[in-house]
Design a protein around this ligand. Sequence first.
Ligand SMILES: *Cc1c(COP(=O)(O)O)cnc(C)c1O
Length: 380
Amino acid sequence: MTSQVDGPILLSTPDVGELEQQYVLRALQSGWVAPAGPDLTAFEDEVAARVGTAHAVGLSSGTAALHLALVSWGVGPGDVVPVSTFTFAATVNAIRYVGAEPHFVDCDEESGNMSPALLSRAVRTLQDAGRDVPAVIPVDMLGKCVDYAAITEVADAAGARLLCDSAESFGASYDGRPAGSFGDASVLSFNGNKIMTTSGGGMLLTDDQRLADHVRKLSTQAREPVAHYEHTEVGYNYRLSNILAALGRAQLERLDDMLKRRRGWRERYRRLLADQPGVRILGGADDAGDNCWLTAVVVDPDVSAWSAADLASALGEAGIECRPVWKPMHLQPVSAGLSGTLDGSSERIFERGLTLPAGSALTDAQFERIEATIRGVVVA
Ligand SMILES: *Cc1c(COP(=O)(O)O)cnc(C)c1O
């Protein structure tokens, strides 16, 4: 068996321990195994209270939350939904599930988040061409909130609903306000690699009671509130289970400590790379509101003496996982034929970026190994 210090180091692994065991065991022993139960209700209330929204609906994934918001709003064939191109496939997949057309919007090169100026241009072009734009979906990249003031203004002016993909940004804030509280609705993910996990799960957050009620109903096969099984619309099997919600409650209790650890790694990466010409941390110099879910470096090969590929191979040899940043969705084969408002920013970040380990379960000894490996590249 390899020791924790010598073994492989992964990007972001679940950080679970005794508290999680206690909560899950208690849920099992209470008999509330499936599907709903008191832990699910409590988990929803606790997340809503933390974020400051009136409602929260626990779902089987963040993808399910994105999907059901669009279903509930009646977004469908013929509609165009501007979406960040610099994101994980799930954001875009949800648009395609409902038969609408994603329109890719490029990012601000410093933050990696959807550019409000490009969104504005995209909406104008689409609406001038007579297209219906019922919703827009920006993504809080790697745990940094988008420029919500500017993005909200563009969405409002367009008459489009704002669905915020905050899957990566739980615990972050913008202008003092928590991620998950913006727009008409927001989505969280509790997947295993996220800032906190229910092993798999997600949540829809909103102040709109009708949306919350409808999404909750849609997530349980759209069963009508009568004794027999009565259905007037197509439903889904997307509800979060009570056992997983119990795990989420334990994680939520530990969230602030986990955020602190991730922020600590970010600060150490910053110190390590501070005087490297042509090297920056994606997100910009101000990460005060970030949850620091993952840290990505962006290396300009024209200025830096080493490249992201050099760093990737050194880390790989040392058994340390690293990964390219998201490949922009407009470059994916599955997106062939779809349109976008693009300026090359996300492509440049994709070519030059590298995502580094930042899990809250990393030990100090593991992080020292990462630092030593990076030092070997930057001073070489
Ligand atoms: C993880 C993630 C999702 C999907 O969440 P799941 O819970 O895995 O379905 C959606 N959007 C972004 C940006 C993500 O990183």
